[in-house]
Design a protein. Structure first.
Length: 92
């Protein structure tokens, strides 16, 4: 790698980890979206299932932030960003 490519790769690493943590939260709470033997491409709306699972994960994060701690999950805590209120998330 060139020095420029190495710097780019290094800077993207932290962002990539955050994105992977997001996938981990969705798959942890909604295991059916990660069970590849059960998902059938032409027989199920796989993308819709994943989108609904991601929205529900975000709803859970908003509720957890309101009820328990200011961040709601590890990703928000790592980056120091509080999620919106549930009302703002659903109506924003």
């Amino acid at each position: 790698m060139t020095p420029q490519q190495a710097a780019f790769s290094s800077s993207m690493s932290a962002v990539r980890i955050g994105v992977e943590w997001g996938f981990m939260l969705v798959c942890r709470d909604w295991a059916f979206v990660d069970y590849e033997k059960n998902l059938k491409i032409w027989k199920q709306p796989i993308a819709k299932l994943y989108h609904v699972a991601a929205i529900m994960t975000n709803v859970k994060t908003c509720v957890m932030a309101q009820e328990h701690d200011p961040y709601g999950n590890l990703i928000a805590n790592k980056f120091g960003v509080s999620p919106p209120s549930l009302h703002d998330y659903l109506h924003g």
